[in-house]
Design a protein. Structure first.
Length: 147
């Protein structure tokens, strides 16, 4: 498999995921990026600032600020000051976001099932192992940029 083939597969995976998310985006009238923000905040308490979420979804800060503002205005997330550092603003999901979170988790579970169907348990275990290694390698490449 060439690099172009691998990148194409990754793009297809992202496109397929976005397609599976489409019904929930329509139901709640939110764009994919706002859905992603909610899902990251609900599943990863350590990524509780706009800067952290930006790094995870590779969004520009000004775009993130716009969507965070919209989610706050819609009542899906809230901002609060960090007790240890008043300059730091933490983000968290509100109860209003719970239906999105529940449906989002179901979508993610079904996406993984669909993505991995026709793989044996051994292939699936190897796939997860390979993904972990590739993820670590990608982090190493990204971290070189910041050194």
């Amino acid at each position: 498999m060439s690099v172009n083939d691998a990148l194409l597969v990754l793009k297809k995976i992202g496109t397929a995921y976005n397609e599976m998310c489409r019904p929930i985006l329509c139901e709640f009238s939110i764009p994919q990026i706002e859905f992603d923000i909610i899902m990251i905040l609900s599943s990863n308490p350590e990524y509780n600032t706009a800067k952290n979420v930006c790094e995870v979804i590779h969004a520009k800060a000004n775009l993130m600020s716009l969507h965070v503002d919209k989610l706050v205005q819609s009542g899906y997330i809230e901002r609060c000051t960090d007790d240890c550092d008043r300059r730091k603003i933490k983000l968290s999901c509100t109860d209003k976001a719970l239906p999105i979170i529940e449906k989002g988790r179901e979508i993610k579970k079904n996406f993984l099932i669909e993505l991995c169907k026709n793989l044996s348990e051994n292939q699936l275990a190897e796939f997860y192992e390979v993904l972990n290694v590739i993820g670590s390698n990608a982090d190493n490449i990204s971290n070189r940029k910041h050194q």
